[in-house]
Design a protein around this ligand. Sequence first.
Ligand SMILES: [Zn+2]
Length: 300
Amino acid sequence: MKTRIKKVKTKKSFFLRRLLLISIIISTSVLTYTLLTRQNQQEAFGKGDSSNQVPANTLSSTVFNETHHSQALVPESKISFHAPSNFAGTVVHDVKLNTTEKYVALTFDDGPWHNSTEQVLKILRQNHIKATFFMIGQNVKAYPQQAKNVLAEGHAIGNHTWHHWYMHMNPQLAASEIESTADIIYQTTGAKTTLFRPPGGILNNGLVEYAKNQNHSTILWSADSEDYRIPSVSTLIKRATKVAPGGIVLMHDGGGNRSHTVTALPQIISKLRQQGYKFVTVPELLEMQNKEQPPITVKN
Ligand SMILES: [Zn+2]
């Protein structure tokens, strides 16, 4: 009998010890999780405020300007390409600068692309020039390494829609074309951009309306190389260099055979240099005007 009571007591004590141990493990895990979550929120908001009542747009802009490690899918580099706030929701062809110095922005559309994006990057690298690349979403998906290389070499990135469609789009389709491209650019390169260029420069098919509502800056151009028509190299050079200070030059690194663009590019650069031009990215160009005077833009 005595032995039996002892056995029951031992069993009970064993059970209680296990219960205590499990409770300790659970409380420790809950405490650790709470602390980690709080820390991540503080890093994301950058203010030590773990409140969840932050407007969605504030949250996203804060998150990509901060360096934190809670989003495993996002690459390490976190860069954002913005026009100054007074360009938000506007359409820009060029800027007017109150300076005797001559600046121009080279832009490349429809990439990334096999071969030609790398060839363009190489020429820009050799000439110590930073340019702006308006990327097509499906091409970023097809050529992710080329997209990463563009960013890694210090160039600016803009959104050029997913499919490069010209047709009229309802707000949902326009949103999908622009947002899916923004997503793949971010997932691939870690960059966010509010620079938008509508395919074909079309302003009235629903895309620019959506971009304006999102406060993106629609970036057109003041000199068109028309390289998509594959003109002779000399014609291409002539068109691309017919630009005024503060101008934006349109070329293409993707979307087809760009061998003429690649051949012409070193000569375009040297010709513009002979005319006294310095090369900047589109956001840099807009920032220059922003510091000097209110923007001269076309509002549609
Ligand atoms: Zn295009």
